[in-house]
Design a protein around this ligand. Structure first.
Ligand SMILES: Cc1cc2nc3c(=O)[nH]c(=O)nc-3n(C[C@H](O)[C@H](O)[C@H](O)COP(=O)(O)OP(=O)(O)OC[C@H]3O[C@@H](n4cnc5c(N)ncnc54)[C@H](O)[C@@H]3O)c2cc1C
Length: 476
């Protein structure tokens, strides 16, 4: 059942297995200071982290940096959770359209950007509106393009001034303030600021709707402000080796053998309310005993199954879904060279956004082939993959011309049933990670539904665990 990333090492100590080990409940040998040495005895203590998405990997990274032994259990065959990339015929297919924003504050602390070999998008977009493409450019990075776009039909002159004042507003607040400020649905915020229906429908709806997988823009203004802030400060980018390079970089820094793949947890069990060292039961019946606590880093609906005491996600707030279709075409047949995102600002059709991924990162395809990525919002359950492909090709033939799009070869379609938790108001993006004695939760449902939110939540779960342990032990 368990598949080791590499041969088992002390951190993946089989003594976690309840039926093979007699536990030493004396925790006085625990070391929480950085650079503390691990005595063989202390290696039998540990934290069990469930789920190796970004949140679980961040939690493991923080435990590791404190020399606290841990075991990271992942149900699937690789790390990354929602952030994964498949390789098909030399193409890198991210599991859904994902962008890394370089200004994410927690990511800056945890990731080594240079090794990710990030390739930037153009800071702006080409909006398909009224049968033509119109440039929307970030005035901070592409000043002349933004001047040239002042009079295009994507919003009025006033709208463009309001974009500038919104940038200033979000840049003058801390991330903490943005994520805890008074909230309203994003659409209401945009109207309150005074944006016209024209810019809302042709730009904000496809752009932020694509980020939140929410065309109605009902997602909290807190998330809008946070993402807007990060977009103003950083670049949108893709790692040369696919979005999967982000979790893989975190995993590579963990001790060999500390991650068990194909290890689904079916329950988290405490003998009593006061028990601060719960056990977890794996699908194959094995029981693993933590000695310091359990961190549950799985998607919100899964967390609810593992922890019945947790507040159930509101059924009226359905999770966000998306479909991503990939096509290939000869590089010579790509209509633009720029690494730009195309948005559907027409208000018609099913395509929300698309881009030529190999224009951003040439490594996303074989040398002579381009990778086309098309994103839809929703699941389109009533349409087969073939019908969906035909409809997307028909629609984009209207954008780029039938002779060009007819050459596209469909590669694969991803239907992503759980892309993000629903973050419509009311939200609490600073949820307490402690859900019971010795049990902590992390994941994007505790913070902002972003890469950064997941990373932050992993750190916070470890901090909460350490605070609790510090109450009981003298680490001096
Ligand atoms: C298509 C798509 C596009 C996105 N685009 C962006 C973007 O551009 N920018 C951005 O910032 N964010 C984006 N996001 C959101 C971002 O990917 C998530 O917020 C983040 O990755 C969530 O990480 P997580 O660790 O909380 O959860 P997950 O990644 O879901 O990780 C949970 C892990 O737990 C494992 N697991 C579940 N149950 C069990 C169990 N019982 N036992 C053991 N393991 C279990 C799962 O297999 C998984 O590996 C996107 C998401 C999707 C799906």
């Amino acid at each position: 059942m368990t598949l080791f990333l590499s041969p088992p090492q002390p951190h993946a100590n089989p003594s976690f297995l309840l039926h093979t080990h007699n536990h030493n409940h004396n925790h006085n040998h625990l070391r929480l200071k950085p650079h503390a040495t691990n005595s063989p005895q202390s290696q039998s203590n540990g934290v069990i982290v469930i789920g190796a998405g970004l949140a679980g990997l961040a939690a493991a990274t923080h435990l590791n940096s404190q020399n606290i032994p841990f075991l990271l259990l992942e149900a699937s065959d690789a790390v990354g959770g929602r952030v994964r990339t498949d390789i098909l015929d030399g193409f890198l297919l991210d599991r859904g359209f994902q962008i890394f924003i370089t200004a994410y504050p927690e990511a800056q602390k945890l990731l080594h950007y240079q090794s990710l070999n990030l390739h930037k998008f153009y800071s702006g977009a080409l909006v398909y509106y009224d049968g033509q493409f119109h440039t929307v450019a970030d005035p901070l990075r592409h000043f002349s393009d933004s001047l040239a776009s002042l009079l295009n039909p994507i919003g009025s002159l006033l709208d463009k001034l309001l974009v500038a004042s919104t940038i200033i507003r979000v840049l003058t607040k801390s991330h903490q303030d943005l994520l805890t400020s008074k909230e309203l649905p994003t659409i209401d915020l945009l109207r309150k600021i005074g944006f016209s229906d024209s810019i809302i429908d042709s730009f904000f709806r496809p752009f932020f709707g694509g980020i939140f997988f929410d065309k109605d823009l009902q997602t909290t203004s807190r998330l809008f402000d946070f993402v807007f802030n990060c977009l103003a400060l950083g670049d949108n980018a893709l790692p040369a080796n696919g979005i999967t390079a982000i979790p893989q970089q975190l995993a590579a820094k963990l001790p060999p053998g500390s991650i068990w793949l194909n290890s689904r947890v079916v329950s988290v069990e405490s003998e009593s309310e006061s028990e601060s060292a719960p056990s977890v039961r794996l699908q194959n019946g094995d029981i693993l005993r933590s000695e310091l606590g359990v961190i549950v880093a799985v998607e919100e609906p899964e967390a609810f199954k593992l922890l019945p005491g947790m507040t159930e996600p509101a059924k009226t707030k359905p999770a966000r879904t998306t479909v991503c279709l990939y096509f290939s075409v000869d590089r010579s047949q790509v209509p633009v060279r720029e690494p730009v995102l195309f948005l559907n600002g027409s208000g018609k059709g099913i395509v929300n956004n698309m881009f030529f991924a190999t224009n951003v990162a040439p490594s996303y395809g074989p040398p002579d082939k381009a990778l086309v990525s098309v994103s839809l919002i929703g699941m389109f359950e009533d349409m087969s993959d073939d019908d969906l492909t035909a409809e997307v090709v028909r629609e984009l033939s209207g954008w780029f011309g039938d002779p060009m799009v007819r050459l596209w070869r469909h590669l694969r379609t991803y239907r992503i049933r759980y892309a993000q938790p629903n973050q419509c108001p009311p939200t609490d993006l600073m949820k307490n990670p402690r859900v019971g004695s010795g049990v902590y939760v992390c994941g994007d449902h505790l913070t902002s539904a972003t890469f950064d939110g997941a990373l932050i939540s992993g750190r916070r779960a470890v901090e909460a665990l350490l605070r609790d342990k510090a109450k009981f032990y003298d680490f001096s």
